[in-house]
Design a protein around this ligand. Structure first.
Ligand code: 5AD
Ligand code: SF4
Length: 467
């Protein structure tokens, strides 16, 4: 996933369409990190709506504050603790006015830190890990009775089966693009990464469950679905034909759902890009030409130390193969600079790989040791100043590539999915096949329409006119 370690704006307001009983309890949801957290927050909001909560985007009005947290890098977890400090003050202030506030911490920090969160911040009432979200209403009623609740064991029951399915009314409020988790967890154990510990081992959702959820989304007006998984291209399951399906087959099936015009998936591991998935990029018009395929580093030595289990040249060859079937494929990636033992020469290999691949978009990070991961225990940690310097150089290069990619759109004709109102009156924002926001006049089409446009401006934003 492109975990950026930044909050994704998702402040309440997600329970639209719910008939609010008078003086209903209010929940404020704040989501950090990756798209899977965004998806999880929506599913939790659905469960809370069924439990009588309505969403609010005013934290001071909230009877329940729910932080859905990210643990991928150090800063992400620290942000949660400082937010909790502010929430403690708010809780005390509301208590002074005779109002109770419950504070719940969900997500990967909850899973990794468990009861430690309550020890460090006593204002927290409930800690709930990603594998137990279906137990949220029950856990909340315990918390309301004054219990401090920690729910972090891996449940054996199927969380997705038990969560209320996404409600039509709620989806309508969410727009024409949607996330759908098809796979969760990771068995790859890259030595820098906490995900195998916080999200557990790889689990694929069953085919029928995924089709059912995609149909619901389509009925509610969703046109573009992004399949999510920490290792989404490792997804597999038994198809209705009794055969073992991979992600490629699943994409073909989902493309047949009326209303679904566009499909994407994220995040992929290079080792799981199988032939069928590459063929889907060749044969399936609904599959958008944009691929997030993290490589992390361009040096074989570092890739080995990271336990990525492929060489830099394997990755470059893979990208060439994908582009040979889909020449306009936009590549996106994740990079880590300053992994333990990374020398100047190793870093230059990363720069070289970036020059070879040419990315349309990328996320890059300084290595941050995560407790309990093998990387944290390695020798030769790289000095912070060196990491800063490498990150700056890498980001400058990636920034040049991004600008070049966008500038290359000038004069191009493309299909645009009209997504939402623009910031200025009279404008709408659409999404290009390559995931770029494109600004058009509102007369170009209604939200949810796919229209043919030509790019007329490529400054800081892309602008287009109908053709
Ligand atoms: N330090 C820095 N970046 C990390 N990532 C994952 N773990 C770490 C870490 N310990 C980055 C990787 C991954 C993305 C989601 O976050 O690039 O692909
Ligand atoms: Fe983390 Fe590696 Fe798994 Fe991605 S593939 S979630 S980086 S362990």
């Amino acid at each position: 996933m492109n975990v950026e370690g930044i909050e994704v704006a998702q402040h309440g307001g997600k329970l639209d369409g719910e008939p609010a009983p008078p003086a209903a309890r209010k929940v404020f949801v704040k989501t950090y990190g990756c798209q899977m957290n965004v998806y999880d927050s929506q599913r939790m909001s659905d469960a809370l709506a069924a439990d009588g909560y309505t969403g609010t985007d005013r934290i001071e009005d909230a009877d329940l504050v729910l932080l859905n947290t990210c643990h991928i890098r150090e800063k992400a977890a620290e942000k949660v603790y400082s937010e909790l400090g502010r929430i403690r003050d708010l809780k005390a202030e509301r208590a002074g006015r005779g109002m109770e506030t419950l504070v719940a911490v969900a997500g990967c920090v909850a899973q990794a830190e468990g009861a430690e969160i309550i020890r460090r911040q006593s204002a927290v009432d409930l800690v709930i890990g990603p594998q137990t979200y279906h137990r949220l209403p029950q856990a909340l009623s315990r918390a309301r009775r004054g219990e401090k609740v920690v729910e972090t064991e891996y449940a054996i029951e199927d969380k997705f089966e038990q969560l209320p399915s996404p409600r039509r009314a709620a989806i309508v409020g969410r727009g024409v693009t949607a996330f759908l988790t098809v796979q969760e967890g990771c068995d790859k154990f890259c030595t820098f990464c906490v995900v195998p510990y916080t999200r557990g081992s790889e689990v694929s959702r069953p085919v029928q469950q995924i089709i059912g959820e995609a149909e619901k989304l389509a009925e509610a007006g969703v046109r573009e679905v992004t399949l999510l998984g920490q290792n989404v291209n490792a997804w597999h399951g038994e198809g209705p034909d009794g055969k073992e399906w991979g992600l490629g087959r699943l994409l073909f099936r989902l493309a047949r759902i009326p209303g679904i015009a566009r499909l994407r998936y994220t995040t992929s591991h290079p080792r799981d890009m199988d032939d069928e998935l590459i063929e889907a990029h060749r044969d399936l018009a609904e599959l958008m030409p944009y691929l997030h395929l993290p490589v992390q580093a361009g040096s074989d030595r570092i890739l080995k130390a990271m336990n990525r289990r492929h060489k830099a040249a394997d990755y470059v060859r893979l990208v060439e193969r994908i582009r040979s079937v889909r020449p306009d494929m936009a590549m996106s990636g994740d990079f880590i600079v300053g992994f333990p033992g990374e020398t100047d020469a190793d870093f230059e290999d990363t720069m070289e790989l970036v020059r070879t691949v040419r990315y349309a978009q990328a996320y890059s990070f300084k290595y941050s040791p995560r407790p309990g991961t093998p990387g944290a225990a390695m020798n030769d940690h790289v000095a912070e100043a060196v990491k800063d310097d490498r990150l700056q150089r890498l980001q400058a290069l990636l920034g040049d590539q991004l600008r070049a990619f966008n500038a290359g759109m000038a004069g191009k004709t493309m299909d645009l999915l009209i997504e939402k109102p623009g910031r200025r009156p009279g404008q709408r924002v659409g999404r290009s096949p390559w995931l770029q926001p494109v600004i058009v006049d509102e007369t170009v089409g209604e939200i949810g329409d796919i229209v043919s446009v030509r790019i007329t401006g490529t400054g800081n934003s892309l602008f287009a006119e109908p053709v």
